[in-house]
Design a protein around this ligand. Structure first.
Ligand code: TXA
Ligand code: MG
Length: 327
């Protein structure tokens, strides 16, 4: 996995676009973000419109480093200092009590703000050159599969004049492939709002405290909607033994399948595309959204994904597959 060297001319162009209130797709280590100047209300509104995202869903504010806490948040607890020292820049979003700079348009009117300092060299270079903060949700239409390559962004949102966004920074495929871990640190008991590459164990080890799951009254997180990260083709996550049975005989439906190699051998089903799932969670997470995009485009009637392993390392992958699944 190679990240191309940062293209300084492209970063300069992106900064100009952002200063004018435009929208720029930017690679991060998790997924591509769609960035707008977080201090420009009109630009943030354009961002919501481009994604088709409801205005009450808060966006993450991307900052260069933890010095931004005092601008964007108030009553910053120790937990935020500990976690940012341990994991920033990186795939971790901290939900804090919002400060005056975090306007309603960013927070969906909530009393909190999500902050993240991304580690990807292109995102860091952009934040440094822009010298501000960037509102950046994942660069996909609301509810659809997140993009992990520049091409995914172009295929989904498109570039003006025919598409919806002004400029795309192509910094290669995202090295982690799944959105950041989101932790609400406002109370004494930190709450995991979205699992991600930073695992619950890592958070607990850093904090020396339990990190609990969100209750039903937790803040709105679009990642928490029942259906999200959804392909167009119906998707089911199937236990391995049941999938083995399905694949062992010809069926009526044309299927696209993601499963361990062993299951794909001697397959008798009508398959439009079969992808062998790796055993390592990092490899699986990095490529998951790319595979979902490809399986979705393969002309199948249904997509079948072998249930991933149970271990805690797989929590984020299981979460995204559950949300991609057709109810
Ligand atoms: O890895 C990531 O986090 C990527 C990259 C681009 O940074 N961004 C991302 O953004 O996944 P988005 O908007 O697709 O998902 C952010 C999630 C949403 O579900 C949103 O509701 C939640 O974060 N969120 C943002 N601010 C929040 C807040 N103040 N309280 C609770 N949830 C919040
Ligand atoms: Mg998203």
């Amino acid at each position: 996995m190679i990240t191309p060297a940062v293209d300084a001319a492209a970063i300069d162009r992106a900064v100009e676009v952002l200063r004018r209130g435009g929208l720029v797709a930017v690679p991060t280590e998790t997924v591509y973000g769609l960035a707008a100047d977080a201090d420009n209300e009109e630009a943030v509104r354009k961002l919501f419109a481009a994604k088709g995202r409801p205005s009450d869903h808060p966006v993450i504010v991307h900052v260069h480093d933890a010095n931004a806490f005092d601008d964007w948040a108030v009553e910053v607890p120790d937990a935020a200092r500990i976690l940012s020292a341990a994991f920033w820049p990186g795939p971790l979003t901290l939900v804090l009590k919002r400060g005056a700079r975090a306007r309603d348009v960013l927070t969906g009117g909530q009393d909190s703000v999500g902050l993240r300092s991304p580690a990807h060299p292109w995102a860091q270079a952009l934040l440094q050159a822009f010298d501000g903060a960037l509102a950046a949700p994942s660069a996909n239409s609301f509810g659809r599969i997140s993009p992990t390559t520049a091409q995914h962004v172009i295929d989904d949102l498109g570039v003006k004049p025919r598409g919806k966004i002004d400029f795309v920074l192509d910094g290669g495929a995202c090295p982690l492939g799944i959105e950041s871990t989101i932790v609400d640190v406002r109370s004494d008991t930190p709450t995991l709002l979205r699992p991600g590459a930073i695992t619950r164990e890592q958070l607990q080890t850093a904090l020396q405290r339990a990190v609990v799951d969100a209750g039903v009254q937790s803040p709105r997180t679009s990642g928490r909607l029942e259906k999200h990260y959804a392909p167009h083709t119906p998707l089911s996550v199937v236990p391995v033994d049941r999938l083995a049975t399905v694949l062992s005989k010809p069926g009526k439906a044309r299927i696209a399948v993601l499963a361990p190699l062993g299951l794909l051998q001697n397959c008798q089903a009508d398959v439009s595309l079969a992808i062998a799932a790796p055993e390592q969670v990092d490899d699986y997470a990095r490529l998951l959204y790319s595979w979902l995009h490809r399986l979705d485009a393969s002309g199948a009637d249904r997509m079948l994904v072998a249930a991933p392993p149970d271990g805690p390392q797989w929590e984020a992958v299981r979460d995204r597959l559950r949300r991609a699944e057709t109810q």
